[in-house]
Write a protein that binds this ligand. Structure first.
Ligand SMILES: Cc1ncc(CO)c(N)n1
Length: 266
């Protein structure tokens, strides 16, 4: 069995957070494990409240799943506060393949990471990541610069790479313009993917993208290949959500890779 574990908050609306991650893992043939950091009362339009779980509960969930499952990849989403960031850093097994979605603020404008937790996220977790996946506002915080152009995105990606992860994907969905461009930066250089820009924004797209990346890493794909595959997966999910705003619609992307690799899953 290929398994991946999401460390994130619950979205009662089912479009983002833990729920998005389980649905994505399932669509990609990966067994989804979950470590819940927080509960949110949320729908596609607003976050009405958030309640953090104690760090002890976060630590115990990580240790319990790690003791039983062979976990091909981990991903973090909403961590909420510095205590939970530290608990994750302490409990996460050494050498784990880690995708960090540095969730800070919801699309609807609600804070999902305390401002004073950013330093611990950067100091304790980002250097351990296989891939960090900031959107533009998150890249601005992590890189300490304004990002207004595609070249700014690449520069921000390089600065975040200097924090120590093996790769960074800066997602360009928040930039104005014709195409939606995402840039992966790693020590070999950069890789740009240009996709269609849909005339609406959907709830949960960032969560599904990073979960898809984690699923592909768990299935043994290298980071650059996983980036292409996850980009295609989320493009389909956003397109199928047409009529938005609303949640992304996760569809099984089908294709030969999934069917071929499915045989490996018992
Ligand atoms: C629980 C949760 N995680 C992440 C996001 C990011 O969109 C959200 N809105 N809610």
């Amino acid at each position: 069995m290929i398994a991946a574990c999401s460390i994130a908050g619950s979205d009662s609306g089912g479009g983002a957070g833990i729920q998005a991650d389980i649905k994505t893992f399932t669509a990609l043939g990966v067994w989804g494990l979950t470590v819940i950091t927080a509960v949110t009362a949320q729908n596609t339009r607003e976050v009405r409240g958030t309640w953090m779980l104690p760090a002890e509960a976060v630590r115990a969930q990580i240790e319990t799943v790690a003791d039983d499952f062979s976990i091909g990849a981990w991903k973090t989403g909403m961590l909420g506060n510095a205590e939970n960031v530290r608990a994750v850093a302490e409990a996460l097994p050494e050498g784990a393949a880690l995708v960090i979605d540095p969730v800070m603020v919801s699309t609807s404008g609600h804070r999902l990471l305390a401002a004073d937790a950013v330093a611990d996220l950067v100091g304790l977790l980002v250097p351990r990541a296989a891939i960090v996946t900031p959107n533009i506002p998150e890249a601005e915080v992590l890189a300490g610069m304004n990002v207004a152009t595609v070249e700014d995105m690449a520069e921000a990606g390089r600065r975040i790479l200097d924090l120590g992860p093996r790769a960074v994907v800066v997602k360009g969905g928040h930039l104005p313009g014709g195409a939606a461009i995402d840039i992966l930066v790693d020590r070999d250089g950069e890789m740009r993917l240009s996709g269609e820009r849909y005339p609406y924004s959907v709830h949960g797209s960032g969560c599904c993208f990073s979960a898809a990346l984690a699923a592909y890493l768990a299935r043994g794909m290298p980071a650059r290949e996983g980036f292409s595959a996850a980009r295609e997966f989320i493009d389909t999910a956003i397109r199928e959500a047409a009529g938005g705003p609303g949640p992304v619609r996760i569809v099984n992307p089908g294709g030969t890779i999934l069917r071929r690799r499915r045989k490996n899953i018992s």
